[in-house]
Design a protein around this ligand. Structure first.
Ligand code: PEP
Length: 252
């Protein structure tokens, strides 16, 4: 049985003061217990990882893990501005998002780079959360499955059996930050397509890999999405900034 995993991606938001309030509010909300069989992760911007790691320990938030929003494809060296996976590990991260559509769009990251990042994350004992998803034009021209399957295929080619230790996040680009959530059925259909594609490679990988949905997840649509058989949780952007909304999604 795959656990339900909810990952909050703060993107480039937060401050020392608001982060403190966020962790305090989430700690209070989680005090009375959380539904069993679930994992929760928060991914602050790099400069706040140390602060959030300390706060999570201070509030004894056993339910909450720390994640990062990206990692370098390189191990170390002359890559100004980049952050190595080994550094994220040292900061207490256990999950790292790679290939987010905003990285693909604004930083021109291609599938080969995404796979190299995922390998760095795996080599450092963390879980890569590999994002895939089609644009509005690709969906409207009937190419959604082709695009997503091609992104997944490139990861399979490089990562092979190590995919079993990864998460995949299906994030239709047209649903990210737009308020336009994919219907639960549209999301389920794509998740099922991805799982069948993984099964063609390896049944064990297909049954173990968690496939999360991302794109305008909110407290009022989370229940329906998470009830779908192939949706194993959510990658939540905007709504994760509000601790009450994040808690409500975690409890959905
Ligand atoms: C995201 O950043 O991965 C995301 C899904 O954003 P939002 O929930 O705001 O659409």
């Amino acid at each position: 049985m795959r656990p339900l995993i909810i990952i909050g991606n703060w993107k480039m938001n937060g401050s020392l003061a608001t982060n403190q309030d966020w962790v305090k509010t989430v700690a209070r909300g989680m005090e009375s217990g959380m539904p069993a069989g679930r994992q929760f992760v928060v991914c602050p911007p790099f400069p706040y990882l140390a602060q959030c790691s300390v706060l999570i320990k201070e509030y004894s938030l056993a339910f909450l893990s720390l994640g990062a929003q990206d990692a370098s494809a390189h191990e170390s060296g002359a890559y100004t501005g980049e952050v190595a996976a080994s550094m994220l590990k040292e900061m207490g991260c256990t999950y790292v998002i790679v290939g987010h559509s905003e990285r693909r769009q604004f930083h021109h990251e291609v599938d080969e780079v995404v796979a190299a990042k995922a390998l760095q994350v795996l080599d450092n004992g963390m879980t890569p959360v590999i994002c895939v998803g089609e644009t509005a034009d690709e969906r409207n021209s009937g190419r959604a499955e082709e695009v997503v399957c091609s992104q997944v295929a490139k990861q399979v080619n490089v990562l092979q059996d190590r995919l079993v230790d990864c998460l995949i996040a299906y994030e239709p680009v047209w649903a990210i930050g737009t308020g336009k959530v994919a219907s639960a059925q549209v999301a389920q259909d794509m998740h099922c397509t991805i799982r069948l594609q993984l099964a063609e490679f390896n049944d064990d990988v297909a049954s173990h890999v968690g496939i999360l949905y991302g794109g305008s997840v909110k407290p009022d649509n989370a229940v329906e999405l998470f009830a779908m058989p192939d949706i194993d949780g959510g990658l939540v952007g905007g709504a994760s900034l509000n601790p009450q909304d994040f808690l409500a999604i975690c409890q959905a």
